[in-house]
Ligand binder design. Structure first.
Ligand code: NAD
Ligand code: MG
Length: 397
């Protein structure tokens, strides 16, 4: 029997890799819906190839263009617009699997819709879990959804843990997340604050969307991943360690109580965790190349305790600060960072000022613990407003 899938954010880096994997297994998957914000050309290409029943373009003008061009091409795909339509295709009764590959908290509502309706939810959209926190995990539990991590580190941890989650807390000592160190690992410290958008987006080992590429350069990506690991695996922040591993061969590790360490290795290709999520608990061909150990010259590691790295990557500590605080603070950090990264990509602030916006927003706004989607979205909006005013202050300096 084929599994029916909705891919939220199909035109992005993860969305395209997901379609690449699915195309290798036409007997296993049928595309129900594809969604994007506004990339009309790529969506048309994907519709012609994968023939989804539904398309959502969140921007109305983009939806109108896609609808007109699909009609001209003789395809009867239904085209919807607006963010509410994302919830609809994430929770439709005929959908078995949802790939959550929207970037940012814009994907939160549709992730919750998929969780509440008991889907197999493949989570790439880490910001949704960072913002959703306990509320998200409760929706997964009460909806009887199957949440599978797609972020390479979390997929690695999931692959390294025993299958039965009820055994994790008694066996696990700590989680070790690996980080490549990003494009500025060897830059002179004083040059980093003035880095350009092109320099920040030039990741040394992974090819990704622009937002996550900037997050990898500031190390905010790893900060979000610490929070993601805390919620996904129920592990205290003090039991999560980050280590720099520039070759990105080990995607993360689990250390057990007996000091044994289990790691997952592979080439840096997101089709591996995507294929694992799609085929779990089985395995299927992903299209990725296997590691060639005969040409692998070295695997090296650098500690974050090194004062040089602490000065280079000040963003990582903000994850632990946000988690120390009551629920809601990870959402504040995420919203501030989304606004700051967008301001950097638009040329409104410098690379170094991203961190300043994040710190200032965390200091200025301390929300009440959220209990539902409305609370989460309220915190997101208020934190964005605070971050925007910090950005205005910095621009005026
Ligand atoms: P991307 O920018 O390449 O793609 C984002 C997708 O989301 C696009 O389809 C876009 O149309 C859609 N989108 C953007 N804003 C939207 C909005 N406001 N409403 C609805 N749709 C919107 O991003 P990506 O690199 O594919 O990353 C997607 C998610 O996966 C992010 O949360 C990222 O952190 C996570 N992730 C990505 C990678 C990677 O290798 N790219 C690895 C691990 C995790
Ligand atoms: Mg990752």
């Amino acid at each position: 029997m084929k599994q029916t899938i909705s891919i939220l954010g199909s035109t992005g880096s993860i969305g395209q890799s997901t379609l690449d994997v699915i195309a290798r297994h036409p007997e296993k998957f049928e595309v129900h819906a594809l969604t994007a914000n506004q990339d009309v050309a790529r969506m048309l290409e994907q519709c012609k190839r994968f023939k989804p029943r539904l398309v959502v373009m969140t921007q109305l003008a983009a939806a109108n263009q896609v609808r007109a061009q699909l009609q001209q091409a003789g395809l009867n795909t239904e085209v919807l617009s607006g963010t509410g339509s994302l919830d609809l295709v994430a929770s439709a009764p005929e959908v078995d699997v949802v790939m959550a590959a929207i970037v940012g908290s814009a994907g939160l509502s549709s992730c919750l819709a998929a969780a509440k309706t008991g889907k197999k939810l493949l989570l790439a959209n880490k910001e949704a879990l960072v913002v959703g926190g306990e509320v998200f995990m409760q929706a997964v539990q009460s909806g009887k959804a199957r949440l599978l991590p797609i972020d390479s580190e979390h997929s690695a941890i999931f692959q390294s843990l025993p299958e039965d989650p009820s055994t994790w807390s008694e066996r696990l000592d700590k989680i070790i997340l690996t980080a490549s160190g990003g494009p500025f690992r060897n830059w002179p410290l004083q040059d980093i604050a003035k880095a350009t958008v092109e320099q920040a987006c030039a990741h040394p080992t992974w090819v990704m969307g622009r937002k996550i590429s900037v997050d990898s350069a500031t190390m905010m990506n790893k900060a979000l991943e610490v929070i993601e690991a805390h919620y996904l695996f129920g592990v205290a922040p003090s039991k999560i360690e980050v280590v720099i591993h520039p070759q990105s061969v080990i995607h993360s590790m689990v250390q057990f109580k007996d000091a044994s360490v289990v790691a997952q290795l592979g080439t840096p290709d997101m089709r591996v965790p995507i294929a694992y999520g799609l085929s779990w608990p089985n395995r299927m061909e992903s299209g990725a190349k296997a590691l060639d150990f005969s040409s692998l010259s070295a695997m090296t590691f650098e500690s974050f305790e090194d004062p040089n790295h602490q000065a280079r990557y000040p963003g990582l500590a903000l994850a632990f600060k946000a988690l120390e605080h009551k629920a809601g603070m990870p959402g504040v950090l995420n919203a501030a960072n989304e606004e700051a990264v967008q301001a950097f990509l638009d040329g409104r602030i410098s690379f170094g000022q991203i961190h300043q916006v994040n710190v200032a927003t965390l200091e200025a706004y301390s929300p009440k613990a959220p209990v539902d989607l409305a609370d989460l979205m309220g915190i997101d909006q208020e934190a964005r407003r605070v971050a925007q005013s910090q950005i205005e202050v910095l621009k005026a300096c």
